[in-house]
Every structure is written in structure tokens, then in C-alpha cells.
Design a protein. Structure first.
Length: 463
């Protein structure tokens, strides 16, 4: 995404999200990269400062193939032009869980109860945990303020059947979900919330959960698959994560959802939507500070926490790896971004992508007119065969109709190699009502010969 190096931050985004929860579809027998193997080559560089628009400068050595299949664009770039920077996930000083204690909660008859208890005991000490939490701290100069090793708080089976439907009004605690936890704690069916306890509550298939946040009503397995929040148990604040079974008992789907919420509850423990219990501020989440960052938020269509940023909603399942016998989700790493690598860790291999010029991730195009910009093919390791560049149409993905045409050096797709400069041309052929999205989303899509996919969002406003 002449030979180019990452001029500041080389980390990019592997997969985008549509909501603040993961897509839980895991194909039977799907092969997952191993988290431990990926971590063997992951460089965990210096910790990032908080609330930084761009990561600190870092020069990575980029290995470019000198004989590309398609000649690089023959053009003199304007002085000072460089590629867009990947946004750093900032912290609004809402705190983190430094040493979370995971308490697994299931209901009688859950066939996965034992495995879910084992999952919590293993995940909190795993290489995955070390990778996804590295660099997330209260204060950048204080290592003691960072997320570190957690603990297993035990597995508990509630001795009664769940109701068929639960309501969780997260702003005020109304409904019957938070009382479920509070009553179980009071009856000593669950342990008291010691410092930094996180309750992991798993519901069996067929049990629905309705969530109300800031007046917005949502329903499990329709608009979300899992979420996390917090409640007060006496004077102690405790995080909790809710995992309905939206995949018919598929254990991989359940643990992917749980890992998603565990890392988000650790990095942003007290916030969901704009509600904060007792006025607690937001922790780590992406906020818009320029057009490029707003493009990432629009492309995610609703989620800016660290696991949200790595969800693959297209079904390619690039958002998960194996942790022993369990499937877990990859998550956004500011440390990896700063080091010039894949922001979604653990990373299964060399990172490559095609990145628009800085400031060109948002384009305004007149109907039946075109707009062009430069983009750069970049990689953090050897990609001797290069990769194929085309685009993924978000609007077409959801509606079946397309409003733009995209060309790369005048072609529908292009074979590129690290160091190539590409001219991307967007032509608006229709003007759909995309007001709820704030524009029309496309993804520059890079695909290697082994099927690995990386994407970069571009938002289009059709005038």
C-alpha cells in the first residue's frame, strides 16, 4: 500500500465491523491460525501515548518485488504526498481492568458448561491475552497501570432454568437481567465481586435478551450477538458480559463472542453506547478526529471498541485464531500499529494492503462524474508474488445494488506489489438514499494467492 516505506504508521485494518459485537458464523471444521504461532513473530514495541491522532513515527523495512506483474503508475507524485495513517484507539481516561478475574456463569443443563469454565481459565493466561492487551494502560509512563495477567474466578452453574426473555436497561438497571446477577450473588450462588471481577453470563439457545441503551431497543441474535456493561453490587462496580447462543450451540461461535467481550470489557470496562454507570468515563474506543477516522467508524457501522475494529462481517473468518482447542477473536493493537504491523493481533502472516493518500479516505463525487486519487501498495514482509487489488461494495453487500464503479489504473482489478503506486478512480452511477450511513462505503480489497484478505475503507458522498 520509487520504493515506499511506511512513513509513519504502517499498521492497517484487516477486517471491518458492522456492529459492536462479532459475527458469530464459524464454518464447521474451519481451519484457524494458531495464536501462539502468530505471536512468535509479533513485535510488541513501545507503548503508545493516550489520545494521539496518529501513532509515533516509525520506519519499517518494506520488502518490495522489483518485477511487478502490472507496471507501477508512471506519475510524479506531488511533493509531500504520503499514505493515510491508521487511527490509534484513544482512551478517554475511563480506566482499564488491570487484573480481571473471570467468573463463568452458566445454567443447569448447558452442555458446554465445563468447556466454558476451561476456556476462561486458559484465556486469561494465554499468549492471545498478552497480545490483545499489550500497551493498554491508564498512564503511558506507568507500567503498573497497564492491563496484566488476570485470574480465573471459577465456574458456577445457576441451579434453575433461565426465563425465555430477559431485559437489560443498561442506563438504569431496570429489567430482569441485572437483578438475575444481583440475586444470584446475594444467594451465594455466585461469588461476591472482588476488585475487577468480570461475570461471563452464557445463555442457552432459545433465550432472548433485549437491551436498552440510551433509549435504543435492540434484540439478541437480531441486532447484536453479545455485549458487555457494568453494574453496582453494593458499593463495588463489576463488569459483566452477556453471551446469548445465536449459533445453535456452536462452541467456536460462543468462545469467539466471549473473547470479543472479554477484551473489550478489560479495555473499556464501564461504557456502552453513551451510558456510563455513575458517570464513569469511556475507556479505549475509536473516536472521530478527522475525515479518515470518521471513515473507519462509518465502515464499522456501529462499533469502535478494540474487538469491534477487527470483526470480519463478510464471512471470510479472518477475524479469529485458535487458542489451544478454542476459537478466539483477533483484536486491535495500538502497539502493533506503532510497530508498522497488522493492527489485528495475533496476526497470521505478513501484512499487506493498499492505502489511499492521506486525506483521501473520504471523497465527494457528483452523479455520473468521477474522482481519482493515489493509493500505495505496502507490506511489512516479503510478498514476492504480490496480491490482487479490487474493491468490496458495502452498499451492494447489504442491498444487492451498486451505485459506484471503481477502477485501478483503468482496470477492474490489478496485480500489485509492495512499492507500487495506483490511481483509484471512483465513478458515481447512482444516488441511493444512504443518509443513515452518512455516505456510500467501499473497501479497497487486497487478496493474496492463499486467500488472505486485507481492506481499507473509503467513504463516498454522491452529490
Amino acid at each position: 500500500m520509487q520504493r515506499l516505506a511506511w512513513t509513519q504508521t504502517a499498521g492497517l485494518l484487516l477486517a471491518l465491523t458492522t456492529a459492536c459485537v462479532p459475527d458469530l458464523a464459524v464454518g464447521p471444521g474451519a481451519a484457524l491460525p494458531d495464536a501462539g504461532q502468530a505471536l512468535a513473530t509479533l513485535q510488541l514495541d513501545a507503548m503508545l501515548p493516550h489520545d494521539t491522532a496518529d501513532a509515533a513515527p516509525h520506519d519499517a523495512h518494506i520488502k518490495a518485488d522489483i518485477q511487478p506483474d502490472a507496471a507501477p503508475l508512471d506519475v510524479s507524485l506531488p511533493d509531500g504526498i504520503t499514505h493515510a495513517m491508521l487511527p490509534v484507539v484513544g482512551n478517554a481516561h475511563g480506566g482499564v481492568l488491570h487484573h480481571p478475574r473471570l467468573v463463568t456463569v452458566t445454567f443447569a443443563g448447558d452442555p458446554h458448561a465445563a468447556k466454558l469454565g476451561q476456556f476462561a481459565a486458559e484465556i486469561i493466561h494465554s499468549p492471545w491475552w498478552q497480545a490483545v492487551t499489550a500497551g493498554y494502560c491508564d498512564a503511558p509512563d506507568d507500567p503498573s497501570s497497564c492491563i496484566g495477567a488476570g485470574s480465573d474466578g471459577g465456574a458456577f452453574v445457576l441451579p434453575f432454568a433461565p426465563e425465555s426473555q430477559y431485559l437489560d436497561s443498561v442506563n438504569d438497571g431496570a429489567g430482569n437481567l441485572q437483578p438475575l446477577l444481583l440475586d444470584a450473588i446475594a444467594a451465594h450462588q455466585l461469588p461476591d465481586p472482588a476488585t475487577e471481577t468480570m461475570y461471563l453470563l452464557y445463555f442457552p439457545a432459545g433465550v432472548g435478551v433485549a437491551m436498552v441503551a440510551d433509549g435504543v431497543h435492540t434484540q439478541s441474535c437480531q441486532t447484536f450477538n453479545a455485549y458487555h456493561h457494568a453494574l453496582m453490587v453494593g458499593a463495588t462496580r463489576a463488569a459483566y458480559a452477556i453471551m446469548p447462543d445465536c449459533a445453535g450451540g456452536n462452541l467456536d461461535a460462543i468462545t469467539v463472542a466471549a473473547s470479543h467481550e472479554i477484551v473489550e470489557a478489560a479495555t473499556d470496562p464501564w461504557s456502552i453506547a453513551t451510558s456510563q454507570p455513575n458517570g464513569q468515563a469511556t475507556g479505549y474506543a475509536l473516536t472521530p478526529y478527522n475525515n479518515d477516522t470518521q471513515t473507519w467508524l462509518r465502515a464499522q457501522l456501529g462499533g469502535g471498541e478494540v474487538a469491534d475494529l477487527c470483526v470480519d462481517f463478510t464471512g471470510a473468518q479472518t477475524d479469529r485464531v485458535a487458542m489451544g482447542e478454542f476459537a478466539v477473536q483477533r483484536s486491535w493493537s495500538n502497539v502493533s500499529v506503532q510497530g508498522g504491523h497488522d493492527p489485528c493481533v495475533p496476526s497470521p502472516g505478513p501484512y499487506f494492503n493498499v492505502v489511499p493518500a492521506k486525506g483521501r479516505s473520504y471523497e465527494s463525487v457528483g452523479l455520473n462524474q468521477s474522482k481519482s486519487f493515489f493509493a500505495f501498495a505496502l507490506a511489512d514482509g516479503a510478498m514476492a508474488q504480490g496480491w490482487t487489488l479490487d474493491f468490496f461494495d458495502l452498499w451492494s453487500f447489504y442491498t444487492g445494488s451498486s451505485a459506484v464503479e471503481v477502477a485501478f489504473n483503468g482496470q477492474d482489478s490489478l496485480r500489485v506489489h509492495a512499492g507500487d503506486v495506483v490511481q483509484v478512480t471512483i465513478t458515481a452511477v447512482d444516488s441511493p438514499d444512504v443518509s443513515q450511513w452518512g455516505g456510500y462505503g467501499i473497501l479497497l480489497q487486497s487478496t493474496s494467492d492463499d486467500g488472505t484478505v486485507h481492506r481499507w475503507p473509503v467513504w463516498v458522498h454522491v452529490k
